[in-house]
Design a protein around this ligand. Structure first.
Ligand code: FES
Length: 279
């Protein structure tokens, strides 16, 4: 853990990080492609889904390599793993390009370990196609892939990369209705921020209907209350000022990434002209 903490603070990696970030941004420009790779259409980060293919194929091939009479099946799985790594790598780099610097430093080491692992498996595949065993290269690849997976798990579970950063704020909203104010005091068709307990909440009113969502962007907690509004009425969306994620104001739905999840909504009640919210 001390090594990982030190890696996150290793500023000497920054020139490489910045060059790679520019390269990824230049290589993956169309918004549709970025949304596809972020998993915005899925409501969930796509990278952890895609990595199941190479990881599953590589582990399975390793088991078959230890059994007699399964050489052909093992070779096929090594091919599936190498081919399946490409989309997982593309999705990973696009997510990485929009992370905070400390996560990017660790993510760079995660990606490097996985690049070495896939190269070892590719070399193993070539050896197998030439009639050689290729098993030593595969097992070396599996060992390095294990390190890459450990770093990926640390990035997500210990450092929160790829998770909905707005979700913890929802847990601080009271379960009992909390009065926010009168409906008449709320501007029509223009989002505004009010605190519920200590949590900033973004409100949007259309007639008698009020939507309330956590104001901190689910991607990296950018202040949505400071974002631009595009469209109007039921089509109105807020654009996060930090990395440009777009959310519908009427239901918190994510329209464009890098955020992959909808903004968490609060339950809203309007009774006798008074607006209350609860979790
Ligand atoms: S914080 Fe990154 S898009 Fe909002």
């Amino acid at each position: 853990m001390q090594i990982l903490n030190r890696l996150e603070e290793t500023r000497s990696l920054d020139p490489v990080v910045e060059k790679l970030q520019a390269a990824v941004s230049a290589a993956v420009k169309p918004q549709r492609l970025r949304d596809l790779l972020h998993g915005t259409w899925l409501g969930h980060a796509l990278h952890p889904v895609l990595v199941q293919v190479p990881v599953g194929a590589f582990i399975s091939s390793g088991i078959l390599d230890l059994l007699p009479g399964t050489r052909r099946a093992a070779n096929t799985l090594v091919f599936v793993g190498v081919a399946g790594a490409a989309p997982a790598i593309a999705a990973g780099w696009v997510d990485w390009s929009q992370m905070t610097k400390d996560r990017q430093r660790l993510g760079l080491v995660h990606a490097s370990a996985n690049a070495i692992a896939v190269s070892l498996y590719a070399a193993s595949l070539v050896a197998r196609l030439r009639g050689r065993s290729g098993r030593a290269l595969s097992f070396a690849g599996l060992s390095v892939a294990g390190l890459g997976a450990y770093l990926g798990g640390h990035l997500s579970y210990a450092r929160g990369a790829g998770v909905n950063q707005a979700a913890p704020a929802l847990a601080r909203i009271p379960t009992e209705p909390t009065v926010v104010g009168s409906l008449a005091s709320m501007p029509e068709g223009k989002p505004f921020v009010r605190n519920v307990e200590d949590v900033p909440v973004l409100f949007y009113r259309l007639g008698d209907r009020v939507t309330a969502m956590i104001e901190a962007c689910g991607h990296e907690t950018g202040p949505l209350g400071e974002g631009d509004v595009v469209g109007s009425g039921t089509d109105a969306c807020v654009v996060c000022p930090w990395h440009g994620s777009v959310f519908r104001l009427t239901d918190g739905g994510v329209v464009h990434g890098p955020a992959a999840s909808d903004q968490p909504l609060l339950r809203v009640q309007v009774a006798d002209g008074v607006v209350s919210v609860s979790v």
